[in-house]
Unconditional design. Structure first.
Length: 256
């Protein structure tokens, strides 16, 4: 496939839940399409304030889903991966009818353990939630989790295994039901390049298939990387505002 034939909108919709190798397949798709190709991932939401605003409006019903939203959000991306896009896979499949769909899968017990580590990693960084854009990202992430898993997915000890895994199963079955078989690939990243390349009609690269965020430290690395990507300008801006307010209060106090 030559770069000239690549659309400005997603060619691939990865409908798998988070922690099913979404970061690995993101990188794999970027390698296959080449020429600076980008795949959408939750990290885009965190690092693009306008995108976070749109996704939040959708989650909190302040805005309705329509074709214009997808065109606005996903222009320039060759694929969508991870949440929040996986939650809207049906709408995306309708908006981009030529895009193929990949359902990334993982053994249930492994997936649940990895998901729990992601939840714990998020919890560790809650102390930074006052910083922009985390001050808007955390409420959105909480609402999205509620939309996906419902109101009884967590108790005082953490994620409720039965509820979380049942949601995982129902999501996968919904993808299988709503996406035509000839448009869908069920894929485990452990399978490597071959099935993915055959499905997308690419030659198999000589490089190894990407293995990103694997292991027990994977979720913490994801969150830490996202936090590091907060621009210094945003942090300095927040500090600067606090400083200015403090100086104003000091001047008022001295003048009294």
């Amino acid at each position: 496939m030559s770069p000239q034939t690549i659309s400005s909108y997603p060619q691939v919709i990865v409908a798998g839940m988070p922690r099913t190798g979404t970061e690995s397949i993101k990188r794999a798709l970027e390698i296959l399409y080449g020429n600076g190709a980008r795949a959408y991932h939750m990290t885009e939401v965190l690092n693009r304030p306008q995108h976070l605003e749109i996704w939040s409006d959708l989650a909190f019903n302040r805005r309705q889903v329509d074709q214009l939203i997808w065109k606005q959000l996903l222009h320039g991306y060759i694929a969508t991966t991870d949440l929040p896009c996986a939650f809207y896979f049906q709408e995306l499949a309708e908006a981009f009818p030529d895009a193929k769909v990949v359902l990334t899968l993982r053994e249930e017990s492994e997936w649940f353990a990895s998901y729990c580590r992601l939840v714990m990693a998020m919890h560790r960084f809650r102390s930074l939630r006052f910083l922009p854009p985390l001050n808007r990202f955390f409420p959105y992430a909480t609402k999205l989790s509620q939309l996906i898993f419902g109101d009884h997915a967590f108790d005082e000890s953490g994620p409720v295994r039965e509820v979380i895994i049942d949601t995982y199963r129902r999501h996968n079955e919904r993808v299988r039901k709503l996406i035509a078989p000839n448009r869908l690939l069920e894929f485990n990243v452990q399978q490597g390049w071959k099935p993915l390349c055959e499905f997308l009609e690419f030659d198999v690269p000589q490089s190894d298939f990407p293995r990103l965020n694997a292991g027990t430290a994977g979720p913490s690395k994801i969150i830490a990387k996202a936090v590091r990507q907060l621009s210094l300008r945003r942090i300095l801006s927040a500090v600067g505002i606090v400083f200015v307010i403090s100086m104003i209060l000091l001047l008022i106090t001295m003048s009294v």
